[in-house]
Design a protein around this ligand. Structure first.
Ligand SMILES: [Mn+2]
Length: 293
């Protein structure tokens, strides 16, 4: 009778919510294909394609307390967006697991900083990305999407960092990574050794971190799986690889984001994948029997 809105099965209030979806429609520093500000709503729309019951995890999302808070108003100034995201996170109950829908990748560092500060926790951060994103600044701003991982590494509460899916960066970024022991795995390594072996190594490097945060730049995936991103980069991860990462990290993750979806370049498949990953994260997080992970 009524038109559906918000994320599917997110019918609860923030108070008492186990999960909160938050749209971050920001894309002002986009350098190639713009439009990720429309990402959150495209993911919400796609979420209605799926059954509320996740048979693999034997979890019905309709039975869970999930709240969709809508989109933050982030304006167009990257410094303003950064502060607004941090302030917004401080308003979330500590018991709820936030899932942020981007927006470009520049949304991730203020999320990480906001979570560490407002919850007074340390985090291990796992980033899935085709790009190193280790630039000091890009396009005259330190808040650019091309600086996302550099800013995450500077966050006080970040005790460990790993990125997976890397296949692009400048010579300066690769030498910064080398000089500073920035931990990353290329998409070729995933292809050659398999995602589980790469994840084993990544999680070993983050073993001192009880709590993890997962940031998924959809361009980590091959454009065959996720064509509608700001900076598509061939020879990427498969959708199965990323599903595996989400499932194995879910138990320790205090939150996640999915960023860089540019719906104007989509025939729906990238948004569907993003929505499915968010739903899979929720199901994997509440799963009681973890023996298979
Ligand atoms: Mn990227």
């Amino acid at each position: 009778m009524f038109q559906k809105c918000g994320f599917a099965d997110a019918s609860g209030e923030l108070e008492g919510a186990a999960f909160a979806l938050i749209g971050l429609p920001f894309d002002s520093t986009t350098s190639f294909r713009s439009g990720s500000r429309d990402g959150p709503d495209a993911i919400r729309q796609a979420s209605f394609n799926f059954e509320s019951y996740d048979f693999e995890h034997d979890v019905d999302l309709a039975d869970l307390d999930i709240c969709d808070l809508g989109n933050m108003e982030l304006g167009s100034d990257p410094a303003y967006a950064w502060e607004t995201i941090k302030e917004g996170i401080a308003l979330l109950p500590k018991s709820c697991v936030p899932i942020f829908l981007g927006g470009e990748h520049s949304i991730a560092p203020p999320i990480v900083e906001g979570l560490c500060r407002s919850r007074q926790i340390d985090l291990g951060v796992l980033v899935l990305d085709a790009h190193l994103d280790l630039r000091e600044e890009y396009g005259c701003t330190r808040f650019s999407h091309a600086c996302a991982s550099r800013r995450i590494l500077e966050s006080k509460g970040v005790k460990a960092y790993t990125s997976i899916g890397i296949r692009s960066g400048s010579p300066e970024e690769f030498s910064f990574a080398k000089q500073n022991n920035v931990n990353y795995f290329t998409s070729r390594e995933v292809r050659e050794t398999g995602i589980d072996q790469v994840l084993d190594a990544a999680l070993e490097d983050m073993q001192e971190c009880e709590r993890l945060y997962l940031s998924i730049d959809l361009d980590a995936l091959d454009p065959a799986y996720a064509p509608a991103v700001g900076n598509p980069e061939p020879f990427g991860l498969t959708s199965w690889d990323v599903k595996r990462v989400v499932e194995r990290l879910a138990a320790r993750a205090v939150g996640m984001d999915i960023n860089e979806l540019a719906p104007a370049y989509d025939r729906g498949e990238t948004a569907l994948l993003a929505a499915r990953l968010a739903r899979g994260f929720i199901a994997a997080k509440v799963l009681k029997n973890r023996s298979r992970y």
